[in-house]
Design a protein around this ligand. Structure first.
Ligand code: ADP
Ligand code: MG
Length: 373
């Protein structure tokens, strides 16, 4: 039998890219599968298969070459994972993926665990719309139950007529209509789930622009009792999903100080990118170590960190001069994507400092300059 020398990675986006970078740094080889031949991780992978996630030849090649397979993308068909699970180890497991890629299953799962989430109505057919005419406490947010990311498949709804309109525009069969939360803050936490231990990365405080993550600040400015509650919820979710791999839980903190789970991402997360420079081991290092059954080490924060996303619109009509980022405390990551489209994540930078306020100030200044140049 051929030696299985690769870690399998389903998905070749920027999360896959940073995983491959971590793996190669640790002397591991990665096989990436992605239907996009130009995907960022495919360009540096040790082996790249350009095929659909359900292509049986491609899955057979993964089984031949890998003892373990992981993912970077929640919308991998869970059937792909089920097929692979028959033959090799797959982290995350297909059940966890199935729940977290469907907002309704996710909310039912959280409800069973008595974990607070946003109030919502389920819409699974046009007949479910009529009773919603009674709603008085608009605004709500209409979200497709599956395949949403970076604010896609969502709309703010201010009245019943708008609901009917966006129900058609978004063109799905299954939705959740979620109460719009009066937000005080958004935070998230990455959990690195080893065979027995769960290593929690420091909680990050997240700012969004147009529903897409703009900035993550660590440490988050929350109280100790809030951190404790968030950590308990993250661990409870990971345990109840029998999770192995990397998981991120996104939280809302309301103006009333309620802590609600927004969503669960069964993968490394944009809000955890700060860990590359900010922590002793990054979320990607942990993902590699989990795949290789290595011993966990607690990932404490080395530096206060502020991460800022660089989206495609920044490139509009100009070349960008990154000279200002050539400093010891600023780390630029570009994902080698060809076309800088509106809303597309092209890269990020992280500022580290002993003071989170100074890191934040530097990050804002650098970003403002990149924007206006
Ligand atoms: P995605 O899968 O695109 O990340 P989310 O459900 O996390 O979808 O929504 C993206 C962002 O939109 C959130 O981080 C938050 O800023 C805003 N948002 C989503 N749902 C709500 C809500 N119910 N109340 C207030 N803001 C919301
Ligand atoms: Mg989200």
């Amino acid at each position: 039998m051929q030696e299985k020398k690769y870690i399998g990675m389903l998905g070749g986006g920027q999360l896959g890219l940073m995983f491959v970078q971590s793996a190669q740094k640790m002397g591991e080889k990665v096989l990436v599968l992605d239907p996009d031949k130009d995907c960022p991780a495919g360009k540096i992978a040790d082996k790249f298969i350009n095929a659909d996630y359900l292509d049986s030849n491609a899955l057979e090649k993964i089984v031949e070459n890998c003892e373990i397979c992981t993912t970077e993308f929640e919308n991998i068909p869970y059937k792909t994972l089920e097929k692979l699970e028959e033959k090799i180890n797959v982290y995350p497991n297909s059940k966890a993926l199935k729940i977290s890629q469907n907002r309704i299953l996710e909310k039912i799962f959280l409800k069973k665990l008595k974990i607070p989430t946003t109030n919502y109505f389920e819409i699974n057919s046009p007949e479910n719309l009529k009773p919603l005419e009674e709603i008085k406490d608009w605004p709500y947010i209409l979200k497709t139950s599956t395949f949403g990311y970076d604010g896609k498949g969502q709309a703010i709804i201010n009245n019943y007529d708008e609901l009917l309109r966006y129900y058609k525009i978004l063109g799905s069969e299954n939705f959740v209509l979620e109460k719009k939360v009066d937000l005080k803050m958004e935070v998230s936490q990455v959990a690195c789930c080893y065979e027995k231990d769960i290593i929690l990365l420091p909680i990050s405080e997240n700012t969004h622009i147009n529903n897409i993550l703009h900035k993550s600040k660590v440490p988050a400015s929350i109280k100790d009792n809030e951190s404790k509650k968030i950590e308990e919820i993250t661990i409870c979710i990971a345990k109840n999903l029998n999770y192995k791999g990397i998981l991120c839980v996104e939280f809302f903190i309301s103006q009333m100080d309620d802590i609600l789970v927004n969503e669960i991402a069964p993968r490394t997360h944009n809000s955890g990118h700060y860990s590359i420079e900010g922590c002793h081991e990054s979320q990607f290092d942990h993902q590699v170590k989990i795949c290789k059954n290595m011993r966990p080490v607690k990932s404490s924060l080395k530096y206060s960190s502020v991460m800022v996303n660089l989206l495609g619109e920044l490139w509009e009509g100009k070349d960008i001069n990154f000279d200002d980022l050539k400093k010891d405390e600023i780390f630029l990551h570009l994902y080698n994507k060809k076309i800088p489209k509106q809303g597309r994540k092209m890269g990020h930078f992280t500022v580290i400092n002993d003071s989170v306020d100074i890191a934040n100030q530097i990050a804002d200044e650098v970003y403002a300059k990149l924007k206006n140049e």
